[in-house]
Design a protein around this ligand. Structure first.
Ligand code: AMP
Length: 439
């Protein structure tokens, strides 16, 4: 994440309690999205922000909202109504936004609570009943509590839709529309999305009023910062290759991606057998298990966290230096999201990808998207025979990292010769041939 060295938080007219909180977080300068978005939000403009996680977008919307809420000086009688609603697709993202608000707002009076599904609603209901200024929620649970008449949104003045494209992908868009329909017309709305598919543009045009648009560094430049390497390996050798790579003690922690929940559990079992501490996070794990796995990983108690794409989306781990793609995702954008977990906040990052014969078509799609070549590591103990093959047509630029020239493979033992095996199971257990996905 690049920081803007000419603009300071002070020059953005942030109030002292926020400036103090930011310096205790170690933030010296706003990131580009913060430098652009904060003044616009403070001017009470609606905003369409095109940015992905890792750019500092959470602070870009939470800081000005905290500041505006702090200016509501009049004392409130009775229960505080919800004044700001933040909708986000996953529980992990919701929790992280909650943590950010706690950090940036620690010298302010506003309070917040986080609600999401998959856990008992009891403590969430109690927190809402006690009165909250800022409510961070996943759409399903919120709608549920609204239907039970536990939450009222009639006093909401600020609405944030975070990762709107992801909410669309996860099938939440109708819930989002239902929720938005109950909000006051007179409000300030901020919509953040990493991509701009037609459905998001349509949604933006219906819920934003004369929005300002801010856009930060496109995906490919994030990708270029990360040192990527590719290992061609037989499916059955992947676990040995993973062990081999993890012998490098420089890899203190690593986030390993698995496409399926079952696969993630299997990887964890294998690692534990080799005395490597590992835990999995995926949709079948309870909220508590996911949170404790994430906590152990962040504290370094667990060296390897194995995650599925949905569970890992938006996970923010400071100083995560290594991402390992145990398999190649069948949606090219997923590759970008996965490796984007590393190389954050200006840190360097490394991404290793294991590619078996059947995954080559997926790899081709990724290379077309990122338009850089990924150096291949050929001198590993489980390397498959490498032969040249036709590169994708895209005008591929040279990747920054050094290494062997990009090369294709033919696996002597496997007759599929790199052809797609067709449909594969994703995290939800659905058969999902790549071609079924809309881009
Ligand atoms: P986000 O894009 O909101 O997920 O933020 C990515 C990471 O950047 C988080 O770990 C933030 O704590 C960190 N971050 C956000 N703003 C700044 C800043 N101005 N300076 C340094 N780090 C930041």
């Amino acid at each position: 994440m690049t920081k803007n060295t000419t603009i300071t938080f002070e020059s953005l007219n942030l109030i002292q309690p926020i400036q103090k909180a930011l310096s205790s977080e170690g933030y010296t300068h706003p990131t580009p999205i913060q430098a652009q978005a904060i003044p616009l939000i403070l001017e009470k403009r609606d905003l369409f922000g095109i940015a992905q996680t890792g750019t500092g977008k959470t602070a870009a919307f939470t800081i000005p909202i905290l500041q505006m809420l702090a200016s509501h000086t009049h004392a409130e009688k009775g229960k505080k109504p919800v004044k700001c609603l933040i909708l986000t697709p996953t529980r992990e993202l919701a929790s992280q936004i909650g943590e950010s608000i706690a950090n940036y707002g620690k010298n302010l009076k506003s309070n917040h609570t986080v609600i999401f599904g998959g856990v008992n609603q009891f403590s969430q209901v109690n927190a809402i009943r006690a009165g909250v200024d800022i409510l961070i929620a996943t759409p399903g649970r919120l709608l549920d509590l609204m239907n039970q008449r536990i939450v009222s949104l009639k006093d909401v003045q600020y609405l944030v839709l975070d990762e709107a494209d992801r909410m669309l992908d996860m099938g939440f868009i109708n819930d989002v529309k239902k929720i938005v329909a109950t909000l006051p017309q007179k409000r300030q709305t901020l919509l953040f999305s990493a991509t701009m598919p037609a459905d998001i543009l349509k949604l933006a045009s219906t819920i934003l009023y004369k929005p300002a648009t801010v856009e930060v560094t496109p995906t490919s430049s994030t990708v270029e910062k990360i040192q990527q390497t590719l290992y061609y390996v037989e499916k059955n050798d992947k676990k040995k290759l993973l062990n081999n790579i993890l012998k490098d003690k420089e890899i203190q922690t690593a986030l390993v991606f698995s496409r399926t929940k079952h696969g993630a559990d299997k990887i964890v079992k294998e690692l534990i057998k080799s005395n490597i501490t590992a835990q999995a996070i995926h949709g079948d794990k309870s909220q508590n298990a996911r949170e404790s796995a994430l906590r152990n990983f962040k504290s370094g108690q667990t060296r390897v966290l194995v995650a599925t794409d949905i569970a890992a989306r938006g996970i923010d781990i400071d100083k995560l230096a290594h991402v390992i793609n145990y398999d190649i995702p069948n949606i090219p954008e997923t590759y970008v999201h996965r490796i984007g977990r590393t190389g954050r906040a200006g840190e360097s990052g490394k991404a290793y990808s294991f590619c078996e014969t059947e995954e080559i078509p997926y790899l081709m799609d990724i290379l077309k998207l990122i338009k850089i070549e990924i150096p291949v590591v050929t001198d590993h103990p489980y390397a498959m025979t490498v032969v040249a093959y036709t590169k994708p047509k895209a005008d591929a630029k040279k990747a920054k990292p050094t290494g062997n020239k990009f090369a294709g493979i033919r696996n002597g033992g496997n007759k599929s010769g790199g052809k797609s095996s067709g449909a594969r199971k994703n995290e939800d257990g659905n058969m999902s041939g790549k071609r079924k996905f809309k881009r």
